[in-house]
Design a protein around this ligand. Structure first.
Ligand SMILES: O=C(O)CCC(=O)C(=O)O
Length: 376
């Protein structure tokens, strides 16, 4: 396992292999739909012994910022864990200035946004100035591809180290979402929507870019819900075009199961720089804002492990360009190499590996089993 320093090693082994994510949909010994028991991260196995694991980690490889055993054990039991003031506030300010640059010059930076009341992602340039700076609720997708500050935040040392220990593998930042206002998204579990080749090798970080008001629609989550039986979309664990049940029924099911198991909703009302990491199967939501005019500046990154996210879901047939920072990985946008790191407020980019194959995203003639699923 890598230490916390940046490294100059080249990343290898990221051949864009073809993976059929549907093989992970299966029934366990009781006949229930579940993650494949022998492929879950060690920490999710019934016999996981966190204290023993941490004793085996040399002291020099343990994070300096927190007690690793305490955080891993909390995550194992509850499906989430909080780190206070983990993100450098200066880096957050640089990131926010990158976001402002996109809002000021939306035609120059082709970031996709998902807006209230619209079903599809649209280029930020199609929103009016009033919409972009006003009270419309939208989220920006994958701004980290253009923003070096975004990459550095997603790959903050203590965060990446925690995930490396939880996965026992390098962490890969797969996608990011940047919010100005609360999402008010219904209760869900991310593995149903976010695609890796193993749905249990998934986690997310929620980072407060400002002190969060309890009235702005904070993140809500159900501690312990990562262990409740999985929902069947009619065609398995994942929501896609063939599903006969949708996000609404998913949310209703999760709420009913949480109630049945006595799991109570909590909300995350953090200070700037605080982080909450959640498990692939933690039931969570964007709570309804009591005051929709309040901002809730926040940044979500979804991660998988390097062994289970080897190609970019946006173009799985090409070799990704891999950036490395603090031992964590992130892929360059396969469709917009000319815009990668265009917003460089945070200075030099994390190390990029050699581009092995030049991306050719115009080649859509091949069919690849990993495809994007509709978000809920
Ligand atoms: O921040 C929020 O309101 C919800 C974010 C979320 O549910 C997600 O990114 O999966």
């Amino acid at each position: 396992m890598n230490g916390p320093e940046q490294t100059t090693a080249k990343i290898t082994g990221h051949k864009a292999v073809l993976i059929n994510s549907t093989v992970a949909t299966h029934r366990n010994q009781r006949g229930d739909l579940d993650f494949q028991e022998d492929r879950v991260p060690w920490i999710d196995r019934p016999d996981a012994d966190v204290a023993e694991y941490v004793r085996s980690v040399p002291v020099a490889q343990r994070p300096r910022e927190y007690d690793l055993a305490e955080k891993l054990e909390f995550f194992r039991q509850n499906g989430y864990v909080v780190f206070e003031r983990l993100i450098d506030p200066h880096l957050i300010d640089l990131f926010l200035s990158d976001v402002d640059t996109v809002i000021r010059e939306p035609d120059k930076y082709p970031v996709l946004v998902a807006c209230d009341g619209r079903h599809q992602n649209v280029p930020v340039g199609t929103l009016s100035r009033e919409e972009l700076t006003g009270k419309i609720h939208y989220r920006m997708n994958d701004i980290h591809n253009m923003s070096t500050a975004g990459k550095k935040i997603s790959l903050t040392r203590g965060l990446v180290q925690f995930l490396e220990h939880a996965f026992q593998d390098k962490a890969v930042a797969m996608q990011s979402l940047t919010f100005r206002y609360g999402s008010e998204q219904g209760v869900h579990q991310d593995f149903a929507y976010v695609v890796s080749s193993n749905p249990s090798h998934l986690a997310a970080s929620w980072i407060a870019l400002e002190d969060t008001s309890p009235d702005s629609g904070p993140l809500g989550y159900y501690p312990g819900s990562h262990r409740i039986p999985k929902f069947d979309f009619g065609n398995g664990l994942f929501y896609d075009k063939d599903s006969t049940h949708g996000p609404k029924e998913f949310g209703q099911y999760l709420k009913a199961e949480c109630e049945k198991h006595g799991l109570k909703k909590e909300t995350f009302v953090p200070k700037k720089g605080d982080v909450l990491i959640w498990h692939a199967a933690l039931a969570h939501e964007g709570t309804m804002a009591r005051d929709r005019s309040l901002t809730r500046l926040s940044y979500v990154t979804h991660y998988s492990s390097a062994s289970h996210y080897v190609c970019d879901v946006r173009a799985p047939h090409i070799e990704p360009v891999v950036y490395q920072h603090n031992g964590g990985l992130v892929f360059g946008h396969p469709g917009m190499p000319q815009h990668e790191n265009a917003l460089a407020a945070a200075g030099p980019v994390p190390l990029a590996s050699e581009v092995v194959d030049q991306p050719d995203v115009s080649d859509s003639s091949q069919s690849y089993p990993i495809t994007s699923r509709k978000a809920g």
